[in-house]
Design a protein around this ligand. Structure first.
Ligand code: GKR
Ligand code: MG
Length: 424
């Protein structure tokens, strides 16, 4: 079944969607977030979808190598990988935006494999009449839990390109608690993550204490994105030890994390010091990190994420999931893979509550009790809303953003901001 089917066309559409003035270690989000929508059309007219990064370097890689799948069956995943590896030269050490591993050009090969693999799996599922999770061995849970991902934020962008979002300012402990309550009221999340590395650690710890007091019993996480020096991260540990379920990338580098591990009772989590299989080999052996945040977009797809999960089980590491600003095709792909992994030990991160726009038919994906139900329809279970795709592409053409630059955006607010880390 499906062996005669060939991939006959590949389309990549860059899109831009509204994104909030969210603060992080590098600066602040720009008013527009970029993604690329990948469509693989098969000879019988089906369309397989995926969503990936839309920054200029990723679009260049897609333009250079997307056509390697032409003429392949959607089932030829291994041939696709071989062709990508032959067509795309890895760029050693290239890191455009430190705190988002998806931007690292060094990961061009796994990023491209992931973008093509997800769309091919979507086609496979449509051909055999099964959801993608069944192609991954079947679901071990009916719905995938996500966490409420809080950000310090301003009420509106300095450029004022559109009306402010409904979340308001989020700077004080009281405002962060209000943000958490609103997000939980809307979506039902049962765990909370705060993006830190923005203000002095004492302020961020006060926010975690306020969350603990206002929402007792909910697991909490803090992620300063390596913006705390080792002494600062060690000094903060005693107060955080009783507050958090894990301590995510407080301080830079594997050696720093290994030293910090000696001074905290908390498991250290990362999406910064282990982001490739080579780093896994060194990182797991070091014993520093106890929780890995996976992300199929830059690890190389859904199947390699299953391999990663098995490696985590072997090395006794917990498993969670990292995210960047994304829309529903990514969220649904995350949901299929997370539903297939028995040792997903924590609720996954998602930026989705911060996004107001959508590119799939039916509009925004719904959360029930903080979780997304795994689709039961063939493939990923989503279809493109072509009118919205055209509108979001027009926004891309108009918005002027071509590569995420939180530092340049922050300099508009504070020209003295350098973005150098660790700042605290
Ligand atoms: O969107 O500002 C952001 C996040 O800081 C993102 O870039 C990080 O990669 O969410 C991510 C993380 O967990 O480190
Ligand atoms: Mg992180």
């Amino acid at each position: 079944m499906g062996r005669d089917l060939k991939i006959s066309a590949v389309r990549v559409t860059p899109i831009a969607f509204r994104d909030g003035p969210l603060l992080n270690a590098a600066g602040i989000h720009e008013p527009w977030a970029l993604r690329a929508i990948v469509e693989l059309e098969s000879s019988d007219g089906r369309v397989g979808l995926s969503e990936t990064y839309g920054d200029a370097p990723m679009l260049a890689v897609l333009a250079q190598a997307k056509d390697v799948v032409l003429g392949l069956s959607p089932f030829d995943l291994n041939a696709m990988e071989q062709r990508v590896r032959a067509a795309v030269r890895p760029v050693a050490g290239a890191v455009e935006f430190e705190l988002a591993p998806g931007s690292h050009a060094a990961k061009n090969v796994p990023k491209l494999i992931s973008a093509l693999e997800v769309a091919m799996l979507d086609l496979q599922g449509q051909v055999v009449g099964a959801p993608v999770v069944d192609l991954l061995g079947g679901k071990v849970r009916d719905a995938v839990p996500y966490s409420a991902y809080l950000f310090f934020k301003y009420a509106e962008h300095i450029d004022r390109p559109y009306a402010p979002d409904a979340w308001g300012e989020g700077l004080s402990p009281e405002q962060i608690v209000a943000q958490a309550k609103r997000m939980i009221d809307l979506y039902g999340f049962r765990s909370i993550k705060l993006k830190g590395g923005v203000f002095a650690p004492a302020h961020e710890i006060a926010c975690m204490q306020a969350l603990h007091a206002a929402l007792p019993g909910l697991p909490l996480r803090l992620d300063p994105n390596a913006n705390w020096s080792l002494p600062t991260a060690i000094a903060a540990a005693p107060e955080l030890d009783t507050l958090l379920e894990y301590y995510e990338d407080p301080t830079p580098g594997l050696a720093g994390m290994a030293e910090l591990a000696k001074h905290t009772a908390l498991p250290l989590a990362t999406n910064m010091v282990i982001t490739t299989l080579e780093e896994f080999r060194r990182g797991a052996a070091s014993g520093a990190v106890k929780v890995l945040l996976s992300d199929h977009h830059y690890w190389g797809g859904l199947r390699v994420t299953q391999t990663l999960a098995r490696m985590c089980a072997l090395w006794d590491l917990g498993l969670s999931m990292h995210s960047n600003s994304h829309l529903g095709i990514s969220l649904i792909a995350m949901t299929h893979i997370a539903a297939s992994i028995p040792n997903l030990t924590y609720a996954c991160d998602t930026h989705y509550p911060w996004q107001e726009e959508e590119v799939i038919e039916g509009g925004r994906v719904r959360f029930e009790d903080g979780a997304v139900r795994v689709p039961e329809t063939p493939g990923l279970g989503v279809t493109l809303d072509r009118r919205r795709l055209a509108e979001l592409h027009a926004q891309y053409l108009d918005c002027g953003v071509r590569q995420r630059d939180d530092l340049a955006q922050m300099k508009k607010y504070d020209p003295t901001f350098t973005g150098s880390t660790p700042r605290f």
